[in-house]
Structure formats: C-alpha cells, structure tokens
Design a protein around this ligand. Structure first.
Ligand SMILES: Cc1cc2nc3c(=O)[nH]c(=O)nc-3n(C[C@H](O)[C@H](O)[C@H](O)COP(=O)(O)OP(=O)(O)OC[C@H]3O[C@@H](n4cnc5c(N)ncnc54)[C@H](O)[C@@H]3O)c2cc1C
Length: 626
C-alpha cells in the first residue's frame, strides 16, 4: 500500500488518478484510503495467462503453460480455419544447431548481425542456445524431422559450414505448423482458443504500468479478459498494414506473402502501453510478384526467391516507372537483400514495376509454374498486357516509349557481348529480345515477413523507451523479433520456439497478480510549477542605453555615451554561434565607435550577427534621441 508521500513522488500520478476518477472511484478523500485500478474493471473472464495470436509463437507458449497446468486463453483474430498467421503459410523450416556446433553458429550469427549491434552478443547466445533444442522439441510434440540439411544463406560467412535447417514441409502432415497446432488443440483442457477475437488494447494499471489483461472486440461487443500472471503478445508483424509499410519500410505499397491478419495490432497495443519499438525497417523481402486479383496473397516465385527466378532462362526483363531496368532479374535475393558495394542492403525497387517479355518468352514456358502453357488463360483474364510493338506496350503501361525501346536495345547489346553493364545479369541468363508481340505483367513488392515491433530483452519482457520492462507484458515470435538486419532463413520459426518457451517460463515464475493500490489523496491537484523563462531585462546607468537586436539569436548591448559621442559598446547578451560570429563581435563595435556611425560594413561570413549588433546599437541610440 502506498503512502500519500510515496505516491506523490510518482511523476505520472496525475495521469493515473485522472483515469481512476473517470471510472468513478474518486469519491472519498481520506488521505490514506487506497484504491486498486484492477478492481475497477468489469472483467468478463479470467485466465492464468492471455496469449494474443494463435501462430507458431503463441501456440508454443500456450503448450508450455498448459503442460505446467496453467489455464490459458489464446485470442485469435482470424476465423476458425484461417488461424496460424504466417506460420501456416511458411515453408515450415526451422534452424537446428548441433550442441557441438554452438560456438560456430554464434560466430555465424554475429556475421549475420553485421553492423547492427542492438542484436547484441547476449541475444545471439540466447538464440543459439535455443536453436540447439529445436528439433528435439518438435519431435517431442509429434513431429518427424523430415530432413536436416546444411543450408546457409551466406556461405561466405565464417561459421556457415554448420548452418542446418530442419525441413518439415513434405512430410505427411508433419509440417511444423500442423504439428504445433495439433499439440495445442490436444491440450484443450488447458488451452482455450477464441477465434474471431481480435485483441484491441492492453488493460494497464495507469500508475504502476502493470499489464492486467486484454480487451477484445467481437461482433457483440468488447470484452475484458483478465490475465492473472501476464500477457504474451504473439500477434505477428505488420505485413498487411499498408500505412505501417509506408511509414516504416519506405515502400508506397506492398502485399504479404503470408497472413492477411497480421496488421501490426501488437505494435499499436504495445505503443499504447508505453513500449519502445525496434527493428522496424527490417523485413524479409520484398520480392516482385504478380498480385493474384482473386486472393489476398500474390503468386510466388517470379523474381528473387532464393534459388528460383522464372525470368532466368528467357528474354524477359523487369523495368520500373521510367521504363528502365533497376535490378538483375536473376539475382538470388537473400530474403530480399543484395550485396551493395560490400554491404548487404534491401534490394532497391522502382514502382510501378513490370516484367516485359517477347513472344518467344511467352511460348517457352509460363512465368509461374501453375499458369497455362503460352499463358493464354492469363492473357484472356487481362493479367498480362499485350502490344504489337514496344512503343505501343510502353504507352499501354504508361512508361516513356523512348526509354523502353532504348532499354531493350541496350539489353540486346549486352546479350551479344555477354556483359550486362547495367545490372550484372550473368552471361548464361542473357537471352535477347526478338520479334513481337510484346507483353507486360504488373509486379508488386511482396513480403515474407516484418521483424519490427516492441523492443524486448532476452527474458522476452517488453521494454519501455528507458529500457524498463513493462510489468507482466511479454512478446514472442516475429512481433519485435531479435533479427535486425539481414536474416538467415529458418530463423523465424526457431525464434518462435525460443521466445515462446521463454515467455512461458516468465509467466510461470509470476505469482497471481494482487491488485496494486494507490492513495485516493493523490487525486489532490499537485502544486503548479512553472519553469518558463523570460527575456532578461537590463538596467542602464547614467549615460547608458540598452538596445536589442537579432542576429542568429537575441543580442543585447549597453551603449555608454561620452558626451555626444559613442564611448563604448558592451554585450549584455549574445547567443550567436561562437566560432562563426566572433569576427563581427569585435569588428562591428570597433567600426561603429571609430566612425561614430552605425552605417558600417557587415563582416563577411557573419553578416546576420553584424546586422544584429548594428540593430541593437541603433535601438539603444533611439532611446537617447527619444
Ligand atoms: C511464404 C513464407 C515463407 C516463410 N518461410 C519460413 C520458413 O521456412 N522458416 C522460418 O523460420 N520462417 C519462415 N517464414 C516466416 C515465419 O513464417 C514467421 O516469421 C513466423 O511464422 C511468425 O510466427 P508468429 O507466431 O510470430 O506470427 P504468426 O504465425 O504470423 O501468428 C500471428 C497470429 O496473430 C494473429 N493476430 C494478429 N493480430 C491479432 C489481434 N489483434 N488479436 C488476436 N490475434 C491476432 C494472426 O491472425 C496470426 O494468427 C515464412 C513466412 C512466409 C510468409
């Protein structure tokens, strides 16, 4: 229980009390009477823990808690059958590290981290230690390791010789997500999964900042779910939130290759609760793909997926808004990254982007494996645009015709010489354009997943901007992932396991929440303080006059008259930039005194200061005349 004195020490007291007052608890005034915010909420349900998001990370945390005997509610935004977030769409591979390779993997991960040091050594140790347990855990839940394959994304990095992924996809229903999902469903005595129950906001004690529960919104209304031991945010990234894509990824638009339900809600909720954000610009992607108008997700594997580009073997290029190429169409993107002068960066993209190809390419093979031979059906549907000449095609897609024509001429010359001087497409993939008709396929940036979100530490506690843990709030999975720059494939699912385990461990270590109280007396208004500064006023003595001018800042001078002559000029206040204004500071008063006039030349390089001093002296002299 807080005494009034202790309470008043709290900087955010007023905010806390305002919230309490608004829920009608401020009636009594006795100084030591206390009240608990948690008791003021009309709770609709209560569980040991609340997990937001039924994807890989949320499911794993739930399984751990259930196995320890806790009752957990998993709040899922998607309807039944569409749960699973990116985990359900993903390629189902996770990192596996043999115990004896741990140190090598640490070295490799440090190389993957590169210059981004907020993925610090502690984080890497934490992750890699977890990676040594992933396959055994998956098998414990009923999975069968389909294939353990040496598969580093950056083979030139030291340590890459041990990077291993556990492939689980083509494995008779034993893919990662089906196994994890089934394990969660099997534990329905302890795990309650609520579909179509999007979390809207965290319920937070406004003074102590403790997270007490979650408000969800269902068609019928809002419900407040109490978490006795804590809340885990595991609701994925912001791939499907175009506003956040624009704000954080410097892309005007992009579409997710995975879940349409990952709209960054965890970021909004965490921000409201006072969390800091990190890794907001880190993402896997973008690739350039055709957006299937009939689904929420695009077709995959046109350009840049790790080992496959259908543009490789044919006369097809990608152009941007000005009708010119900006990328090696056959490059093996490292989850969206390319080598740029010795540093991996996200592949630069011009938009709108188009795949351009000729008749020969159309007949060779469909750009997507699932498309019709000759892409006749896709032409019929209007997905692919056709024109007899390049000029007409340029007009159809709205790029400058002269640029497109000149681009194809240059590209054909590279095919002849075997050297792509613009984008470095390898000689074996340089196939020249021949006769029309010509075709254009619109492309959009498509993302695997984002890594940004609320900052967390290796305890999976969500942190505020000062690095303090927000009490009883944890995160797991790709929401606020530890990955901050380039990324080793299969690292996200492995992280889902490692963070899901840790967040669950933290909840298990918590005792049931006992409502924290504050003193009602704290509602009394705090004493008004005012740090506002006023311009200093200076006093003039006999034959002295004060004047004010403005150079870069305020300049105040005292002019002392010697009879009817200017005797001296003294600075009372001068805030211009030292090192720049200095010549004017000495030269201007000297010139004024010598000439007995304020019509003096400004000092070059310090003209604003010069004028400010002159104005200040004029201001002082005007008082003499007045
Ligand atoms: C095409 C593709 C291939 C990939 N391949 C791999 C791979 O092979 N290996 C790998 O490691 N990673 C891969 N990834 C990345 C990986 O899938 C994700 O990073 C990982 O699955 C994220 O898991 P998660 O549990 O954090 O989030 P998710 O699995 O996305 O789950 C988040 C859940 O939260 C729900 N949700 C969102 N908002 C709310 C809300 N307000 N209230 C309640 N619920 C909410 C969502 O509906 C979703 O079910 C791939 C991704 C894609 C798209």
């Amino acid at each position: 229980m807080l005494s009034r004195k202790e309470f008043l020490k709290g900087a955010s007291a007023t905010a806390g009390i305002a919230a309490l007052a608004s829920i009608g608890l401020g009636r009594k005034t006795a100084a030591e009477e206390t009240v608990a915010y948690a008791d003021s909420i009309a709770w609709n349900a209560e569980y040991d823990a609340v997990i937001v998001g039924f994807g890989g990370a949320g499911a794993i945390a739930a399984i751990e808690l259930a196995d320890a005997g806790l009752d957990v509610v998993v709040l899922e935004k998607a309807p039944y059958g569409h749960e699973g977030g990116n985990t359900r769409y993903c390629s189902q591979r996770f990192l596996h590290v043999a115990e004896e390779d741990r140190d090598k993997m640490v070295t490799y991960m440090k190389n993957v981290r590169g210059l981004y040091e907020n993925m610090d050594d502690e984080v890497i140790d934490f992750l890699v230690d977890g990676f040594t347990k992933t396959t055994a855990y998956y098998e414990k839940l009923g999975g069968v390791a389909y294939e353990l394959k040496h598969d580093p994304e950056f083979p030139t990095f030291e340590g890459s010789d041990i990077v291993t992924k556990c492939y689980t996809m083509n494995n008779g229903g034993k893919g990662f997500w089906p196994v994890i999902r089934a394990a969660a469903i099997e534990r329905s005595d302890h795990i309650h999964i609520w579909y179509e129950s999007p979390a809207q906001r965290l319920i937070q004690d406004p003074y102590h900042k403790t997270i007490l529960g979650v408000t969800i919104h269902r068609e019928e209304g809002d419900y407040h779910i109490r978490a006795k031991r804590g809340v885990i945010l595991a609701c994925g990234g912001f791939e499907a939130n175009n506003r956040m894509v624009e704000d954080y990824l410097q892309l005007p638009y992009a579409i997710p290759l995975g879940s349409p339900y990952n709209t960054g809600d965890g970021i909004t909720m965490a921000l409201e609760a006072g969390a800091d954000l990190w890794h907001m610009s880190a993402l896997s992607g973008p690739f350039l793909e055709f957006q299937n108008p009939n689904t929420t997700i695009p077709f995959r594997q046109l350009m840049g997926t790790l080992s496959y580009s259908s543009l490789k073997d044919t006369s097809a290029i990608i152009v941007g808004a000005d009708g010119t190429r900006f990328v090696n169409e056959t490059v093996g993107l490292k989850h969206g990254h390319v080598m740029f002068h010795g540093l991996y960066i996200r592949v630069p993209i011009s938009l709108p982007a188009w795949a351009i190809f000729d008749e020969k390419a159309r007949l060779l093979k469909p750009l997507y494996r699932v498309w019709s031979q000759g892409m006749e059906k896709e032409l019929e549907k209007g997905w692919i645009l056709k024109a007899d000449t390049l000029e007409e095609l340029a007009e159809t897609i709205g790029v400058p015709a002269e640029n497109l024509v000149a681009q194809i001429e240059r590209y054909n010359a590279y095919c002849e010489s075997g050297v792509d001087e613009e984008c470095g497409r390898p000689a074996e993939y340089l196939t020249a354009f021949t006769d029309g008709p010509y075709y254009a396929l619109p492309l959009v940036p498509a993302m695997i997943n984002t890594q940004g979100g609320p900052t967390r530490n290796i305890e999976c506690e969500v942190l505020d901007p000062r690095g303090n843990a927000i009490p009883r709030l944890y995160s797991a999975g790709e929401l606020g992932s530890f990955y901050s720059s380039i990324y080793q494939g299969a690292g996200n699912l492995a992280e889902c396991m490692v963070t899901g385990w840790k967040a669950a461990e933290k909840i298990l270590a918590n005792e049931d929440y006992k409502p924290e109280t504050i003193s009602l007396a704290a509602a009394e208004k705090a004493e008004q303080i005012d740090f506002a500064m006023k311009d200093e006023e200076f006093e003039a003595g006999e034959d002295e006059y004060i004047g004010v001018g403005y150079g870069i800042g305020r300049i105040v001078v005292k002019v002392r008259m010697d009879g009817d002559k200017i005797g001296s000029i003294q600075y009372l206040e001068l805030n211009d930039t030292l090192g720049i204004c200095d010549p004017a500071v000495t030269a201007i008063p000297a010139a004024i005194i010598e000439s007995q006039s304020t019509t003096v030349d400004a000092v070059s390089g310090a003209t604003r200061t010069s004028q400010g001093i002159i104005d200040a002296v004029n201001d002082a002299l005007s008082k003499l005349k007045g």
